[in-house]
Design a protein around this ligand. Sequence first.
Ligand code: FAD
Length: 418
Amino acid sequence: MSQDKTAFDLIVVGGGVAGITTAIEAAEAGLTVALVEKEPTLGGRVARFHHYFPKLCPPSCGLEINYRRMRGNPNVTVFTLANIEKVEGDAPNIQATIKLTPRYTKPVAFDYTEWAESCPVEFDDPYNYGMAKRKALFYPWENAYPAQWMVDERAIGNAEFEEWAKGDPGGGIDLTQKEETITISGKSMAWATGWTPYDPANLDLLGFGTSPDVLTNVMFERLSAPNGPTKGELKAPSGREVKKVAFVQCAGSRDENHLPFCSGICCAASLKQATYVRDKLPDAEIHMFYIDVRTPGRLEDFYQARQDDPQINLHRGKVAKVEQNGDGLVVTAENTLTGDTENVTVDLVVLATGMQPTAALNTLPIKANLDENGFFIQDDEASAHYGVGTAVRPCGVAETLQDATGAAMKALQMARRS
Ligand SMILES: Cc1cc2nc3c(=O)[nH]c(=O)nc-3n(C[C@H](O)[C@H](O)[C@H](O)COP(=O)(O)OP(=O)(O)OC[C@H]3O[C@@H](n4cnc5c(N)ncnc54)[C@H](O)[C@@H]3O)c2cc1C
């Protein structure tokens, strides 16, 4: 990674699958690209999944291939822990001011795995949605890019941590590092800022926060993953034995009080997660409550295969509430065709919360052309700013990759126009 470059053809904001692919495709077509990610590592939401459909392979498969392409291409410069604070100018001379947060480490070959275990300071782990603790000296995840240990910013100024860090056996910790601000230029900017899970705290009646055994779909990905808080063992956070699991579709989606749109992916995601339950707890009963199942295109086969599974019970019903009683969690749903009410008691509930565009939640440093839900509108051919992937609409990885190739083409046109 060389961070001395400041002039680029393209600036890509967001290092999920959309941003990574846009950056590589544009770089392989000859453009110089800055890829700017606010988190410590590239990979976005997909990196945190157990498996991803349609092939149900671990996220490391696809990401590793892309990392290799990127490592071999001097046209891409990656900035992580990087927040774009200000954007000025227009095509072909855009200036972006970026704040770089320190990693508080230097890239050394030493493996801190064993020594980090002795670290006396730990914090809630945002990577695992708070379901685990993480040491103040940590490695973001096995396939982190860049592959570097780092210090949690919350440990800076903590006397106990700083005393412990003095024993650093690898010489990589550097607590003197300071925040830096740099300015880079680009001819156009691709905004691949992705999505954020809809906040389940807004869903009053669905039990989130009242029972630890009511999770969201993204938490369930972590709970199932071998590098997650339970090392992939499917356990209810309360300790209760899991014999029955409910998936609650449209938790806050297609609802004017929450997200009015359909995320288009949650039904397939829950069907995929049902396969995790089948693999890990073959005797467990699965109940999926849906308004209608939306699995477009090739995902229909995936749906049909789950329909044939006798352990997977599909219930047409909008879930009205989830309540704890002595025996477990009671899911109450109303059949959307007959109006009948159904109650099913389970041990674990997974809320299929939707994908809210991140741009709806964090103010972007540009006057972006967004729709009422916060997705990018792409109706201005000449605009120097364009969205990519789930910043444009909710979609899966396959569509995101197609989008990214389109964005690289757009970047080429913008660069050639200048
Ligand atoms: C529960 C669930 C399961 C799913 N499972 C599958 C599946 O199995 N298969 C499948 O094809 N799809 C699946 N999807 C959809 C998949 O998650 C998306 O297609 C994919 O994440 C889109 O990638 P992206 O790069 O657009 O967004 P993201 O993955 O959200 O990446 C965006 C990146 O941008 C960064 N960023 C955001 N704002 C800024 C900023 N201002 N500055 C710098 N960086 C920023 C973020 O940190 C992040 O790294 C699932 C979705 C859900 C809800």
